[in-house]
Design a protein around this ligand. Sequence first.
Ligand code: GLN
Length: 276
Amino acid sequence: MIESSITRDVLLRKATIAIAGESPRLDAELLLSYVTGLSRTSFRAWPERQVTATEARRFEALVEQRANGHPVAHLLGEQEFWSLPLKVNASTLIPRPDTECLVEVALVLPLPDNAQVLDLGTGTGAIALALASERHHWQVLACDAVASAVELATENARRLGLPVTVVLSHWFDNLPAGRFDLIVSNPPYIASGDHHLGEGDVRFEPASALVAGGDGLDDIRAIVATSADWLNAGGWLVVEHGFDQGDAVRALFGQAGLVAVETRKDYGNRDRLTLG
Ligand code: GLN
């Protein structure tokens, strides 16, 4: 192996400065770990080890992309959700830790052992796969309106060996006939003019996974309005939404004849999901 005579420590320091942003050191370590195949702890234990010239070049190319705003998940092609390594690409939302709150809530609902479950707008398959990984007797169906997302979620299910079926359907439009005990969704819920759309990772994620009309509620409105027709008696709907949409979403549940039981907070203590 040709040594580049540059140490891990020097490389990581330079990268941390170049990346800036919210978590530059962590980002740099994740990228170096990806390139070298070594754990982040090993960089701390042996900072003076040298990296090969090839590794240094590959790492610096990734650092440059990260400095230009590309999400770490896209550069690694992978994001962990509920401890599951999920493949990600630019056709779907990158799974967020806050969406794990939705999984936590769904897992403690009073549901039958062999519950029929539907994940609307599954993207990478994150929620559906997390649920299937915890409840082996649940029948989990996932759908997405974007063909490349259906492919990605199917691929994630296959790699993880989890029995989730993924179909192409815009919300309920093309679902096979059936009823569910649990419907979950993390739909798009950002308002079209929201300034967040110009910041951070969302700049590199598809609008189809993020934006839902002038008030951000178009998709939640559509989902809530139709859910009652697809739920078994005593079934549950759990939807993720924006921190300031709790009142509006509970009202939508009411209009659809669903009893909104409560709105729950995310890890940042902001309203994030409503169940009923
Ligand atoms: N919570 C995500 C964000 O803030 C948006 C997710 C969504 O629209 N479903 O970037």
